[in-house]
Design a protein around this ligand. Structure first.
Ligand code: URA
Length: 441
């Protein structure tokens, strides 16, 4: 049915609820060009101020999902499962989670994004591996997913194209910060992957995308309700981003820590707790385990080395070195400059401005200020101190891997300014809350 876009914008501007047909018309116009940039931005602003009811959010998500290809994995002998994180610093969980779930019988066709602002992107991390292709054609993507159970690749133009246009307009019209629109944007892309189950890792804290804990929680609730309303079994964890996850932030350095985690060489306890909790929820969503044995299954897949083997197989099938898991250090790029960040005083690490740590990595060249910028995969931070650690003046707060001495000086300044030292030990968190699937998706 045809409508006049301005009539629909008026209805939303005045606080009305749009029908599924009306929303589908607007989204169709975003994809075929029948709705102008001005109309899309007015619609976004109307939603920003008036909000959307649950039915409208579900309709918007489904219309955006269906604006391009929707993958189908129904021929596989196990469930298609995935995770989405709202983004953080040092958040390399996807690299461990995908092979763990694959080693438990799930299929993880993981379509990931690049870094956004201060947060890192899974795709940029995987691009650190020489030869690994993050943009395979559909045939190779399917072949790898079927052969080893997981494939971590990049967004293609044919998935949720309406979101690409809509997000580009929101980005320049001050309308990104709408939970209704963020929900539809994130889920349209994830649900286009044709999943049987989805877990969400919604971050809260100084390095999170949402500015307050309450808003992170509201986003988690909206994502879970809408994804289940759209027919995909979905749960979420609300997790801490008041400090870097693990001890490294950058691209190649996070691939290295992921391999070390998978082979059992170094496992940060918070990273292990959150990763296994997300994996366990994925098994339950996919019917591969129940609440009583899911944790045991994922821990066995990791601790037996099966997940590490799966990761190695995925890397090889997507063009990377066949000995990557054994020889990752020789394959990953390195920097000429390594400098420690000396603590300016003695005391406990009480707070970390995680966003500023992420921006220190961006300033080193490890992230982008413009979407088209190239990045330096080798630079980053390692040995980042945990919140709560007692240190003496001059002890390292972190290690900087830089291309030049000037960049290292700048990163040292930024990291020093981002960490607060005090005289009392600070408490730390990992998982704040679990949100179970709603309804009967
Ligand atoms: N990430 C997305 O994919 N979409 C948004 O709207 C915000 C963050």
């Amino acid at each position: 049915m045809a409508y006049l876009p301005q009539e629909l914008i008026t209805k939303k501007r005045d606080g009305g609820a749009l029908s599924g047909d009306e929303i589908a018309f607007l989204v169709g116009g975003m994809t075929n060009g029948a709705v102008t940039d001005a109309q899309i931005s007015s619609f976004a602003m109307a939603v920003f101020f008036r909000g959307m009811e649950m039915d409208e959010r579900v309709a918007l998500t489904l219309a955006m999902r269906d604006s391009g290809d929707v993958l189908d994995w129904s021929h596989l002998d196990g469930p298609a499962l995935d995770k989405h994180s709202t983004g953080g610093v040092g958040d390399n969980l996807s690299l461990m989670l995908a092979p763990i779930v694959a080693a438990c019988g799930g299929y993880v066709p993981m379509i990931s994004g690049r870094g956004l602002g201060h947060t890192g992107g899974t795709l940029d991390k995987m691009d650190s591996i020489p030869g690994y292709t993050t943009q395979p054609d559909n045939v190779l993507f399917r072949k790898v997913t079927e052969a080893c159970g997981c494939a971590i690749i990049g967004q293609t133009a044919s998935l949720a194209p309406a979101d690409k246009r809509f997000y580009g307009i929101r980005d320049v019209t001050a309308t990104v910060e709408s939970i209704d629109l963020i929900t539809a944007s994130i889920l349209s892309k994830k649900l286009a992957a044709g999943l049987d189950g989805l877990v969400l890792d919604v971050k809260s804290g100084s390095g999170a995308f949402m500015p307050t804990h309450e808003q992170s929680e509201a986003l988690a609730e909206s994502l879970v309700a809408v994804a289940n309303g759209a027919g995909t079994k979905t749960s979420a964890l609300l997790t801490d981003m008041n400090e870097v996850l693990g001890h490294a932030a950058g691209n190649a350095v996070e691939v290295a820590t992921a391999v070390e985690f998978l082979i059992g060489q170094a496992q940060d306890p918070r990273v292990r707790e959150i990763t296994l909790a997300l994996c366990a929820d994925m098994l339950v969503l996919g019917g591969l385990a129940d609440e009583t044995d899911s944790m045991e299954k994922v821990a066995e897949a990791l601790d037996s080395g099966r997940a590490a083997d799966t990761f190695g197989e995925m890397v090889t099938l997507l063009g990377g070195p066949s000995d990557f898991v054994d020889s990752y250090r020789t394959h990953l790029p390195a920097t000429p400059v390594t400098r420690d960040v000396p603590a300016p005083a003695s005391g406990y690490v009480t707070t970390m401005d995680t966003r500023q740590i992420g921006l220190a990595v961006v300033a080193l060249g490890g992230g982008r200020t413009n979407p088209a910028d190239p990045i330096d995969h080798a630079v980053g931070l390692t040995h980042i101190t945990d919140v709560g650690t007692k240190i003496s003046k001059g002890d390292p707060l972190a290690r900087v891997l830089a291309r030049t001495e000037d960049q290292a000086d700048e990163a040292i300044r930024r990291v020093t300014a981002a960490v607060t030292l005090g005289d009392k030990p600070a408490s730390r968190s990992s998982i704040y809350r679990r949100l179970a699937p709603t309804g009967d998706a």
